[in-house]
Design a protein around this ligand. Structure first.
Ligand SMILES: Nc1ncnc2c1ncn2[C@@H]1O[C@H](COP(=O)(O)OP(=O)(O)OP(=O)(O)O)[C@@H](O)[C@H]1O
Length: 585
């Protein structure tokens, strides 16, 4: 996406207000440019007697009043429209973040987007506000003061006085180009820092439980140091720019005093002319001194703009706005082979299976055998290969995303809760007629046992459900999946934190109500006893399929996993472990 388009988009409807603010800034500068001439003329009047001095005093009062009004209006319009730009840009970034591929978050983590939405947007706003104000002043005062100075005395004299200026501009350009690169690097390390800090804060209970505070601190110090070192390089360039821009104006001053002093002595210019030249010089010097900070502010803004436009250029998923739902139908997997982006080894290899409409399919397998990946591909959270997954003979890559995802209820292994009420977390803002009632979802996911009052209190949960137990969080997530009442239900190890009673209760109700196709990944093999068929995954392939009894009688991979679990449970029982296990030998 073109960076200019980025600007264009957010200034639409507000650009003219921003431009009006810039025009007012220019009007203020024109008035300021008039002041040295007025001062010079007033001094010349004084030189020849007091006649006409009151006229100048009134003119100064007028300039002061007009400048005050313009200054207030220009800042209000300019800064106000920039605040709107910031508001619109953040909204766009958030909107975009909702639709970019899931792979982005797995590669970068949420910290990168957070840094873009906070640090980069703020830097860009400052460039557009402060940067543009300094820029307008520098251009106007620089160019017009030179011409007015040339008109007041001579072009040659003006050029002599301003000799050092081109050197500053060249030095500034060279340094500021380097600064943009360094600033971009610094902002990237800042993203890493936020990402890292966020990860640590989320894992605080684990860090404490393992006494890893010091290790975490050392790791943080490492990332923080990298960020500090990158910022020090920017600071060095900032520091180099400052003396260059501060020294040159004083040299101009010295030249002016020497040259104009001689011209006054030889009566070639008046004292009033000298005061006017001085006034123009002050007007030029202010913005020239600000050029250092201008270059720094603008280059930081450009670096942020680069990062923001790179992010906005990421392709978005197009979910579509269809509100249909897929009819219940058989599901077919055909020779599905898949590798994650930026990896080469496939995690699913030639997987082929037919799933009947309304079937209860259990999925088991060792860690990393590709079970969850199958779910992610069904939901098209990654680029599902064409011609490998079908629902009712329709290739899922041709089904609009909104329809596909509307038709699948997904309960992931990791719980996800917002800091709102339990009811809001279950309904997730949806109130469509096809959903079952909140009460029914709560009943079927065993929430009535201990969370009924909290559901009715409607009190907000702490962020991420920090005030709930692991099992309670998991049951609320299951309730969300059941509430959706979609024709396809995917449960990804959703019972791992459940107690035996809750798990048994939920399994009993899973098959009640709407006839759904249920795909249930579970490490607890006992939970899949009732499944119509169990698929056994090993190293990305389905190595066995059948009912619980059939698989046990085959004495293969399933039997091995079952025996392993049984042995674990027996050991657990004999060691007096909690009665969490469901295995019932
Ligand atoms: N985003 C990813 N990028 C690269 N590799 C991934 C990604 N997600 C998972 N993998 C790899 O893919 C393989 C299969 O992962 P998957 O989550 O499907 O396994 P699983 O059978 O569900 O495992 P578990 O039972 O432990 O949850 C693993 O080796 C994992 O390391």
């Amino acid at each position: 996406m073109s960076k200019f388009f980025l600007f264009n988009q957010f200034f639409k409807g507000y650009g003219h207000i921003y431009l009006l603010g810039v025009c007012m800034l220019i009007a203020i500068d024109i008035l300021f440019l008039w002041v040295p001439k007025l001062t010079g003329d007033a001094i010349n009047t004084l030189y020849y007697g007091k006649e006409g001095l009151t006229h100048y005093i009134w003119l100064f009062v007028l300039v002061a009043v007009v400048v005050t009004v313009l200054k207030f209006s220009s800042r209000h319009l300019l800064l106000g429209s920039i605040r709107r730009f910031e508001f619109l840009l953040r909204r766009r970034l958030f909107d975009h973040a909702l639709y970019i591929p899931t792979a982005y978050y797995e590669k970068n983590g949420p910290g990168k987007v957070m840094a873009l939405m906070t640090n980069d947007v703020t830097t860009l706003r400052v460039s557009l506000g402060l940067g543009v104000m300094i820029f307008v002043d520098a251009i106007f005062f620089g160019i017009f003061s030179f011409f007015l100075m040339a008109k007041q005395v001579s072009a040659q004299l003006a050029m002599t006085i301003l000799t050092p200026m081109p050197f500053i501009v060249v030095a500034m350009l060279v340094l500021s180009r380097r600064m943009r690169r360094k600033q971009r690097e610094a902002q990237n390390t800042y993203s890493d820092l936020t990402e890292f800090a966020q990860e640590l804060f989320l894992g605080m209970p684990v860090i404490r439980a393992f006494n890893r505070e010091l290790t975490s601190l050392h790791r943080f110090i490492g990332t923080n140091r990298t960020n500090y070192e990158k910022n020090m390089k920017v600071a060095l360039l900032d520091a180099l720019l400052a003396p260059v821009t501060y020294v040159a104006p004083f040299i101009c001053y010295a030249i002016a005093i020497y040259v104009c002093g001689n011209l006054i002595i030889t009566n070639e210019i008046t004292v009033g002319d000298f005061v006017a030249i001085n006034g123009y010089l002050i007007l030029i010097i202010g913005p020239i001194m600000g050029i250092g900070s201008l270059a720094s502010v603008l280059q930081k803004g450009f670096a942020s703009l680069d990062r923001l436009s790179d992010f906005l250029a990421l392709p978005e998923e197009v979910p579509g706005d269809e509100t249909d739902e897929l009819a219940p139908a058989p599901l077919q997997v055909r020779h599905l082979t898949f590798a994650y982006p930026e990896t080469t080894a496939p995690v699913l290899q030639d997987v082929t299976v037919d799933i009947e409409e309304g079937a209860f399919i259990g999925i088991v397998g060792g860690p990393g055998s590709g079970k969850s990946t199958l779910f992610k591909l069904l939901l098209r959270l990654y680029d599902t290969p064409r011609g490998t997954l079908y629902i009712g003979n329709e290739d899922i890559t041709t089904i609009p995303l909104s329809v596909l995802r509307r038709s699948i209820a997904y309960v992931p292994a990791e719980t996800f809760l917002l800091g709102t009420s339990i009811a809001d977390n279950i309904t997730f803002g949806e109130e469509a007629s096809r959903h079952i009632t909140l009460e029914e979802a709560a009943n079927r996911s065993a929430l009535r046992r201990d969370l009924w009052n909290r559901i009715h209190d409607n009190a907000a949960l702490r962020e991420g459900g920090a005030d709930l137990s692991g099992g309670q969080k998991q049951r609320i997530n299951i309730a969300r999946g059941l509430y959706k009442n979609a024709p396809y239900l995917l449960l990804d190890d959703s019972f791992s934190a459940l107690d035996t009673v809750s798990a048994a209760g939920i399994i009993k109700t899973l098959r009640s109500g709407r006839r759904q196709t249920l795909l249930f990944i579970s490490q607890r093999l006992e939970a899949l006893r009732e499944a119509d068929r169990i698929l056994v995954f090993k190293e990305g392939r389905i190595v066995e399929a059948g009912t619980h009894e059939e698989l046990l009688s085959r004495n293969g991979e399933y039997c091995r996993l079952y025996a392993q679990q049984l042995q674990g449970a027996t050991q657990g029982n004999s060691e007096g472990a909690s009665g969490e296990t469901e295995v019932n030998p």
